[in-house]
Each structure stands twice: as structure tokens, then as C-alpha cells.
Design a protein around this ligand. Structure first.
Ligand SMILES: CC(C)(COP(=O)(O)OP(=O)(O)OC[C@H]1O[C@@H](n2cnc3c(N)ncnc32)[C@H](O)[C@@H]1OP(=O)(O)O)[C@@H](O)C(=O)NCCC(=O)NCCS
Length: 388
């Protein structure tokens, strides 16, 4: 491949269309590198979590149409609504494609080559649905589509269910144009180094950890998930458990279970545990060989101070070195590693943290006369179990 060709590696080469492709040809196009294909369920999940999706179609006279849309991705179609006078009405019955993508990480050429620009690339996920644009006329299907849109826009609820039998909704339902793109074909692509040798993947993971840009820890985990046979790189090496540079929404419930009942969460709603982890600058964990999450720790960082919270190891795994190894990983996390001050509160685990050089903060006060201050709000209510 020429250097110029290599430079355009990236999102744009996901699917390549020639200008005169007819719609049925598009429907049959094969992905150039099957190694990157992801299954339809993952592709639909990507479309569901996308802030917006893109709809591409044509008018009957062949003019291209491209729209960014808020869509409800249900099991039988990608639904959206619009005005009866809009361009979308013109396109009803036409072949259509809906797509979404997310960049996982940009890899600079210097990760893999000292001087050549050509090895720069982008790790990404993308999804495309091929189908036809059809109007939804059944009031129950329309209601289901609009419920799907409401679930995205207002997940907290606070509205009456959209029911065609409800006179409050019946008129509006009849007057609203709801269209869907049928799921004739669902394609997913995840370009996450699956075409590289394990040693090269290991080097790139190490380079991502060293760079430590926002999202790099999550990118490391995405690459490991896509390449499960690649051994853990040295910064994640551990005995008995698998360490993770980043946890995510799928780990919130397991972390809540680990932390429920720990003394520092007393008086707070346990449902707040998951969101607290997700809002952190660093959130690391360890899994047992069966995949269960058995340890978690997190930190907030502003680049100057890092505050460590929620260090926990499952009861059955305590006393085997997991806590120390996980804590070392958290200190090495890019969000924490670069902070000159790392703080934490503990009631009785001072001995653990002393092993890493932590001392009683009272002995290291920056300003001899300063006072650490706190504003306590609604604590009495919380202790009664009421919402904060
Ligand atoms: C504290 C905790 C995370 C330690 O995890 P762990 O996997 O059991 O710890 P490790 O096996 O890696 O070893 C911890 C080391 O710290 C020492 N230590 C000191 N204080 C400790 C404490 N309160 N709890 C556990 N270990 C403590 C241990 O003796 C051990 O030292 P060693 O290596 O010389 O034997 C775990 O016990 C736990 O989850 N406790 C409940 C939650 C908690 O208290 N978290 C800390 C809040 S600040």
C-alpha cells in the first residue's frame, strides 16, 4: 500500500462506495476485512448509545439526503419522527442507511515507528443499518417508537405512558409522522488492532498507558476485549486476578455490591455508588478468573490534587495481595500519576497506604496556619435514608 493510501486509514475506509453504486449493490457489499466485523447486537448497541445517528438516503430524483437525527433504535427498526411537509416524506419508500460511530483512540505514528507518518491510525467502532425508509401508520407501533424516543430524552420519566387509547395523546399520535428504517442488514465494525501481532498490541497498550490522554485507559480495555488472547501488558500484570485499567457502566452494579455496607457509604443512598464511580477521573478494578469483579478503586483528579475513594476488595479475596496490586495500579493511572498531591481518608487502613509512602496529612500541611474546611448539607436527612 502506498504511503498516501495508508494515511487515509481511519473512519473513512470503513465502507467504500463508488459513486454510481445502485442500492441493491450497497445492500450486498462485503466488509473488506472480516476480522474487524462485530456482531449485529453490538452494532445496534452502538447505534442506541449514539447521541445522534446519521441517515443517508435519496429523493426519488436521485438527490442525496443526509440528516443527523435523534432516533429510537428498537429491535425491528430505527425510528424517528418529523414534519409531514419535510424532505423525509419525499424519501419514503427509498433505500436508506443509518450510521453511527465512536472514536476509541487516535494512535500517533510514533507509537509504532520512529519517523514515518504512515503508521498513524484511529481505533474506532462503527455501525450501519441498511433498509428502507417507511412510514409507520399503526398507532401502537407509533406509540412504541415515541416511547423509545422519550426513554432517550427523558429517562427519568415524569410523563404519562404514550398510549393511543389515551385521548391526551390520540390526536397528536395521528398527526405526527413517524418513520423507520427497516433492519434489512445490520453491520458493525470495530477496528481495535485485531490485525496486529500480540507483541505489537502489547507495545501499543503500553504506549497508550504512558500517554494517558483522556479515554486512553478505556481504549486499553477495548483493545484487550477485542484481542482476548493477548497477554496482560506489564503495567497490568497480576497473579490470580485480571487487572483492568478502566471499568465502565457495565461494572457499576458489581461495584455497588462490593461497596454496600462499607462504613464511608453509611447514610448515603447505595444507588449513588455507581454514578460516583462513573464520574471519577480514574476507576480501576480486578476480576476473578470467572470474570466476576472482585476489587475496585477510584480517584478524582484535577492534575494537581488526586483524591482516592472506594478502595475495596471482596471479602473472599482479601489478604492475597489484590488490594496492594490494585492500589499500585491506581497510583500509576495517568490521572493520578501526574498529581503532586494524592489524598485519601481512612479509618483503619493506614498501614496499607503507608506502604506506598502516604503519611498523616497533618504532618504535611502546606500552610502551617491553614484549616481544612467542610460544608455539611442535609446530613441529618441522609442518615434518615431520605434522598440527598
Ligand atoms: C483494605 C483492603 C482494600 C485491603 O485489600 P487486601 O487485598 O485485603 O490487601 P492485601 O492483601 O493486598 O494487603 C494489604 C496490606 O496492607 C496491610 N493493611 C493495613 N491495614 C489494613 C486494613 N485495614 N485492611 C487490610 N489490610 C491492611 C495488610 O496487613 C497487608 O500488609 P502485608 O502485605 O504486609 O501483609 C481490603 O481489606 C478491604 O476491602 N477492606 C474493606 C474496605 C476498606 O476498608 N477499604 C479501605 C478504605 S480506606
Amino acid at each position: 500500500m502506498s504511503r498516501r493510501c495508508a494515511l487515509v486509514h481511519g473512519l473513512y475506509r470503513n465502507w467504500t462506495f463508488s459513486p454510481d453504486q445502485a442500492s441493491d449493490t450497497i445492500g450486498r457489499m462485503e466488509m473488506r476485512r472480516p476480522i474487524f466485523r462485530s456482531d449485529p447486537a453490538r452494532a445496534l448497541a452502538l447505534l442506541r448509545r449514539a447521541e445522534v445517528v446519521h441517515l443517508a438516503t435519496t429523493t426519488p430524483d436521485g438527490a442525496p439526503v443526509l440528516r443527523a437525527l435523534d432516533a429510537a433504535v428498537l429491535d425491528d427498526g430505527v425510528y424517528f419522527h418529523g414534519a409531514r411537509t419535510g424532505e423525509k416524506v419525499l424519501c419514503l419508500g427509498r433505500p436508506a442507511v443509518v450510521s453511527a460511530e465512536e472514536v476509541v483512540a487516535r494512535l500517533p505514528s510514533t507509537f509504532t515507528h520512529q519517523t514515518h507518518a504512515c503508521s498513524a491510525s484511529t481505533l474506532y467502532r462503527s455501525a450501519q443499518v441498511h433498509g428502507s425508509l417507511v412510514e409507520v401508520t399503526d398507532p401502537h407501533e407509533k406509540a412504541r417508537a415515541l416511547e423509545g424516543l422519550m426513554a432517550r430524552r427523558q429517562p427519568e420519566g415524569g410523563y404519562d405512558p404514550i398510549d393511543p387509547a389515551d385521548p391526551e395523546y390520540a390526536g397528536e399520535l395521528a398527526g405526527t409522522l413517524v418513520v423507520k428504517v427497516t433492519l434489512d442488514r445490520v453491520d458493525g465494525k470495530e477496528k481495535l488492532l485485531q490485525n496486529k501481532a500480540p507483541e505489537e498490541i502489547g507495545r501499543i497498550l503500553t504506549a497508550l498507558w504512558a500517554r494517558g490522554a483522556p479515554g486512553d485507559a478505556r481504549a486499553i480495555e477495548a483493545v484487550r476485549e477485542a484481542n482476548p488472547r493477548v497477554p496482560a501488558p506489564p503495567f497490568l500484570a497480576a497473579e490470580g486476578v485480571t487487572l483492568h485499567a478502566a471499568l465502565g457502566p457495565e461494572d457499576a452494579a458489581a461495584t455497588e455490591a462490593l461497596l454496600r455496607g462499607e462504613y464511608w457509604w453509611e447514610g448515603f443512598r447505595p444507588e449513588g455508588i455507581g454514578p460516583a464511580q462513573l464520574a471519577s477521573s480514574a476507576w480501576v478494578g480486578a476480576r476473578a478468573p470467572d470474570g466476576a469483579l472482585v476489587a475496585s478503586a477510584r480517584a478524582h483528579s484535577d492534575g494537581r490534587y488526586a483524591w482516592i475513594y472506594d478502595v475495596v476488595v471482596a471479602q473472599a479475596w482479601r489478604g492475597r495481595g489484590v488490594g496492594k496490586r490494585l492500589f499500585a495500579l491506581l497510583l500509576d493511572h495517568p490521572a493520578v500519576r501526574r498529581c503532586p498531591f494524592v489524598k485519601l481518608d481512612t479509618r483503619d487502613a493506614q498501614g496499607l497506604y503507608a506502604k506506598f509512602g502516604f503519611v498523616d496529612a497533618e504532618t504535611k500541611r502546606r500552610f502551617a496556619t491553614s484549616t481544612q474546611m467542610v460544608l455539611v448539607r442535609g446530613w441529618a436527612d441522609r442518615r434518615g435514608g431520605a434522598a440527598p
